[in-house]
Write a protein that binds this ligand. Structure first.
Ligand code: HEC
Ligand code: HEC
Length: 437
């Protein structure tokens, strides 16, 4: 998807530029640099072949709540992703058509649109692709998208809704069901809370205790090394030391260096989404903080981005929880009903640079867009403190570096001219475009 993804403005999302510059100019804000890391996006990414329309979103909303998608008509997406619980189910591990407990905890769907890979282990690479999994999982909905399509096609009102949503190709099909559900899910962009007002320059929007909590979050707690951006996630995978046997990302990509690593979840709307973590093992935010203080299981894969020896006083814990609570709405938020700005506008990739060496410091490919001559090879140097995993999936080149430890470099030769997209299997927020002449 990478380069194919284009971006559309969602009305109501204020771009970074709305930070109150005047207020800043008058008295320098000690948090200005940090606040910039949390400014709200002006756009929601979507793939070029599934532009959102009001009709598609409305159809997706209806499908999301429809139990007809499941084998015996008892379970809808919303049964597990309940809008009244910020699209979670309140269970440690949810249950679908068979009543058997699922392997992992149901995550919130807020801000999933911004995640390059879906699921705790990143096994789906778009919201469109993701839809197949719950519908076809024997314990979740136990059906197939094909069966669901046949069932829905018998309903006249659905036929009309698919025609309105997909005028070019109105057939009720797995493809259109997935497209509509994904378009609906992309409207789940967290609404602004008091924290956003504070970031935008309203100094008294947070209490002194909440500001102290933010200081701990960004400083001593080191939370910001992974929970960053308006949605409080870098979308990467880390082992934070939870003791269950689930290998997570490592099993998915066959890379022991990524064992027990799970996707960093958004911290928006946490007030509605307990219990926490991929295994639902932590009941409260206080439990979460105590987990980070204890440090979890000490094993080789445990992330070095975690705070080494975090000790919080009772007051500090209170402040940090108070801060986390400012990221939640006062009542469970509803999907955005703002009209989509027609047409969208593609985000231009960084300009290409003639370079044969790419750095990876701070989880970023730099430069992020390189141009090579046909005979040139590309060296990707791990000058970061973390293990990386360079991957290219392309009809012309299937490349997987395996575990690339700090200081190791990998050399990639490209078989043919063309444009190649590379990413890190452990930190998929890292994207690299390579143009070979
Ligand atoms: C029986 C409960 C259940 C049902 C029904 C269900 N889900 Fe889920 N959903 C889950 C669980 C559990 C996970 C996490 C699984 C994992 O990561 O291995 C999940 C993960 C997801 C994710 C990934 C979120 C992220 O940030 O990575 C999306 C998106 C999603 N579900 C959408 C849907 C849609 C759309 C439907 C209906 C077609 C649906 N789900 C039906 C339980 C359910
Ligand atoms: C090394 C990266 C990293 C750091 C540092 C980090 N987190 Fe996390 N956080 C994660 C990951 C990954 C998960 C999910 C882990 C899992 O389920 O196995 C998570 C889960 C959470 C959750 C549960 C959210 C949910 O919906 O289940 C909360 C709350 C949280 N972190 C808060 C914090 C706070 C507060 C700090 C600082 C004290 C912090 N995190 C530091 C990566 C990190």
């Amino acid at each position: 998807m990478g380069a194919a993804a284009v971006f559309v403005a969602l009305a109501g999302l204020k771009p970074a530029a709305t930070i109150d510059r005047q207020a800043r100019a008058q008295s320098p804000d000690p948090f200005a640099g940090l606040k910039e890391k949390f400014t709200r996006p002006g756009f929601v990414p979507y793939p070029a072949d599934n532009a959102p329309t009001p009709e598609k979103i409305a159809l997706g909303r209806r499908l999301f709540a429809d139990k007809a998608l499941s084998s015996v008509g008892t379970i809808a997406c919303a049964s597990c992703h309940d809008p009244r619980l910020a699209f979670t189910d309140g269970e440690v591990r949810g249950k679908g058509v068979t009543g058997r407990s699922l392997a992992r905890h149901t995550p919130s769907l807020w801000n999933a649109a911004f995640s390059p890979l879906l699921f705790w282990d990143g096994r789906a690479s778009s919201l469109e692709e993701q839809v197949h999994f719950p519908v076809e999982h024997p314990d979740e909905m136990g059906s197939t998208l094909e069966t669901a399509a046949q069932r829905l096609a018998r309903d006249e009102s659905y036929r009309g809704a698919f025609l309105a949503a997909f005028p070019e190709d109105p057939e009720v099909s797995p493809h259109s069901i997935a497209g509509a559900l994904a378009a609906y899910e992309r409207t789940l962009v967290s609404p602004p809370t008091r924290f956003d007002a504070w970031v935008a320059g309203k100094a008294d929007a947070l209490t002194p205790s909440e500001v102290r909590g933010f200081r701990l979050f960004a400083g001593k707690g080191r939370c910001i090394s992974c929970h960053v951006g308006f949605d409080f996630t870098d979308h990467n995978f880390y082992d934070i030391g939870l003791p269950d046997g689930d290998r997570g990302r490592g099993k998915e990509i066959g890379l022991p260096a990524a064992d027990h690593a799970f996707k960093t979840p958004t911290l928006r709307e946490l007030a509605w989404t307990a219990p926490y973590m991929h295994d639902g093992s932590l009941a409260t935010l206080d439990d979460v903080l105590r987990h980070y203080e204890e440090g979890g299981l000490d094993r080789p894969t445990r992330s070095r981005d975690l705070p080494a020896k975090l000790r919080l006083t009772d007051d500090e814990r209170t402040d940090l929880v108070a801060f986390l609570e400012t990221l939640s709405s006062d009542t469970p938020p509803q999907p955005s009903t703002e009209p989509w700005v027609a047409g969208g506008r593609p985000v231009s990739p960084p300009p290409p640079q003639d370079a044969t060496v790419v750095s990876q410091i701070n989880k970023t490919f730099n430069p992020g867009h390189v141009r090579l001559k046909a005979a040139q090879a590309l060296t990707v140097l791990n000058d970061d403190t973390r293990t990386h995993n360079v991957r290219i999936f392309d009809a012309k080149l299937n490349f997987n570096s395996g575990a690339q430890e700090p200081r190791e470099s990998v050399t990639i030769r490209f078989p043919q001219p063309g444009t190649y997209e590379a990413f890190c299997g452990i930190h998929p927020s890292m994207r690299l475009t390579v143009e070979v002449k």
